[in-house]
Design a protein around this ligand. Structure first.
Ligand SMILES: [Zn+2]
Length: 154
């Protein structure tokens, strides 16, 4: 299996496979040091792009340093990121042809003011990299903010 990083139609740089990949193959590990959420906030406050991956424990985050950190989000992806015994693997969810860009659904959460706009171009693009639940939560927050503004204006 060969992976290369080159400019992407989705966003900036992306990861491409130079060989066909069968569905179910563990393609590459999302590798990097484990840091806490607090440390990540300290390190990356105000940065537009980060390569962080939140682990299921809700405490630790992988500060991505490997090639997997360059894989772009897509709303109709060909891979998924799966945590297995504390390690995160990028796994093919369908057969992938040589030359295709790899992608997985980031399913972002913990949003604040950043809209995390998605331009993946998939037919069923959500327009954002957040999960459906997070979109609902952010809508709720926006509503609350509006109400506060109205109250303060009285
Ligand atoms: Zn999209």
């Amino acid at each position: 299996m060969g992976l290369i990083v080159r400019s992407s139609d989705i966003h900036a740089a992306g990861v491409y496979t130079t060989t066909p990949v069968k569905k179910g193959v563990h393609i590459v590990e999302y590798s990097g040091p484990r840091i806490t959420r607090e440390r990540a906030d300290e390190l990356y406050e105000g940065r537009p792009y980060t390569y962080l991956f939140g682990l299921d424990d809700g405490v630790n985050i992988i500060d991505g340093t490997g090639i997997a950190a360059f894989i772009n989000h897509c709303c109709d992806p060909n891979c998924e990121a799966d945590e297995i015994e504390g390690r995160v693997w990028i796994i093919a969810i369908r057969d992938i042809k040589a030359g295709e860009e790899l992608s997985y659904d980031y399913n972002l959460y913990d949003g604040d003011d950043d809209p995390c706009i998605c331009c993946c171009g998939a037919k069923k693009c959500r327009g954002t990299m957040y999960t459906d639940e997070e979109i609902e939560r952010l809508k709720g927050l926006a509503k609350e903010k509006k109400l506060e503004t109205v109250a303060a204006g009285r």
